[in-house]
Design a protein around this ligand. Structure first.
Ligand code: HEC
Length: 326
């Protein structure tokens, strides 16, 4: 597929995900906008999201599942194959758990906002040799439905997600992670939508990363090394997205701090593989230190946010400099 040839494959250098934009697809150099249709206002897309409608957990223990699912929802490491390498996650299509009228991927989409979920682009096993893109639906308030998906209908969210991750995207998620995603999707509830759109800021990115680290901490205390590893890797991916936003002049210090933190997470991950329960608990302490470091980094990021690509003006300037080579 032309797209994959053209796409700079995600590389992980020092734990930082440096993802190239899909040149020819979008005016943006930021990987968060790489699935945007040519008609998308990339600046608006990169500064605001629809807003997440997440209901709180009612039972103890469910909160951990929801937080794990929430992290997995925006993690490309859930998927195997080409989808993971390109940085695609559930959130790329279901933005904040909703739809995404801007989503466009050549070979997979018809009109913007649609995707063919039975395409060989993502999976060998699901290809039906028919180009049948359908609208990406919102996942808010779907929990009560008795069937999920129209192309390959499934009787439960669990069956849909397990089959999507395994077949559609050749993913390798564990049952714990799948259960987490199901809990997250089941808690998307219109009664909890924020009023209006949500601003995309460094503080919001840092808060997402902090939630992943706290969840990794819980996973370690529960003795779930593989889950903790996945969460830390997912946090590293999010740090990579923050790093991309601080690419301007005079932001070297901030980029360096983000890279340092990512390396610290990589170190914690390597400690996890020692495999003993005691080692896991000791490693959980290190996550607390990483959280402190994150709080310090956040203050620096916030101070320079005006100069970063979280800022609308800076984004406009970047877009003006880098027209889409179409
Ligand atoms: C490439 C875009 C894309 C990605 C990535 C994606 N989805 Fe979807 N999703 C769709 C489309 C398109 C449909 C509609 C499919 C259909 O009706 O057959 C859908 C349908 C669903 C449904 C059924 C909704 C309903 O009301 O029936 C669920 C649940 C869902 N997706 C969850 C997820 C989760 C969880 C992930 C990540 C593991 C994910 N999706 C990743 C595009 C995507």
């Amino acid at each position: 597929m032309r797209f994959w040839r053209d796409c700079l494959i995600v590389s992980i250098a020092a734990g930082i995900t440096l993802s190239g934009a899909a040149y020819g697809q979008s005016a943006s150099l930021l990987s968060e906008a790489q699935w945007n249709s040519p008609a998308t206002d990339d600046v608006a897309f990169l500064t605001r999201t629809p807003g997440e409608c997440l209901a709180p957990a009612k039972k103890p223990g469910v909160e951990y599942q929801i937080e794990l699912g929430r992290a997995a929802f925006s993690s490309p490491f859930l998927f195997g194959g080409p989808a993971a390498r390109s940085g695609l996650s559930c959130n790329s299509c279901h933005r904040d758990g909703r739809d995404n009228p801007d989503f466009y991927l050549e070979g997979l989409s018809g009109a913007p906002g649609t995707a063919d979920v039975t395409s060989s682009l993502f999976s060998k096993t699901r290809e039906d040799n028919v180009f049948n893109p359908v609208l990406i639906p919102t996942l808010v308030d779907i929990a009560g439905q008795d069937s999920f998906g129209v192309t390959a209908p499934q009787p439960s969210i669990h069956d849909f997600v397990a089959s999507a991750v395994a077949e559609e995207f050749q993913g390798v998620a564990t049952p714990t992670i799948i259960d987490g995603i199901v809990a997250y999707v089941a808690h998307l509830n219109a009664g909890f939508c924020p009023e209006g759109e949500t601003a995309q800021t460094s503080a919001r990115a840092v808060s997402d990363i902090a939630r992943m680290l706290r969840t990794a901490d819980t996973a370690m205390i529960r003795g779930e090394a593989a889950t903790a590893d996945f969460l830390l890797l997912s946090a590293q991916h999010q740090l990579g997205l923050v790093h991309e936003r601080y690419q301007g002049k005079g932001l070297m210090m901030e980029r360096g701090l983000v890279a340092d933190l990512s390396r610290r997470l990589a170190e914690i991950r390597s400690g996890l593989h020692e495999g003993e329960d005691n080692a896991l608990v000791a490693t959980a302490g290190k996550t607390a230190l990483a959280l402190d470091q994150l709080a310090r980094v956040e203050r620096r990021l916030r101070r320079k946010e005006q100069k970063s690509l979280y800022n609308e003006e800076q984004l406009r300037r970047l877009m003006a400099r880098e027209p889409a080579p179409q």
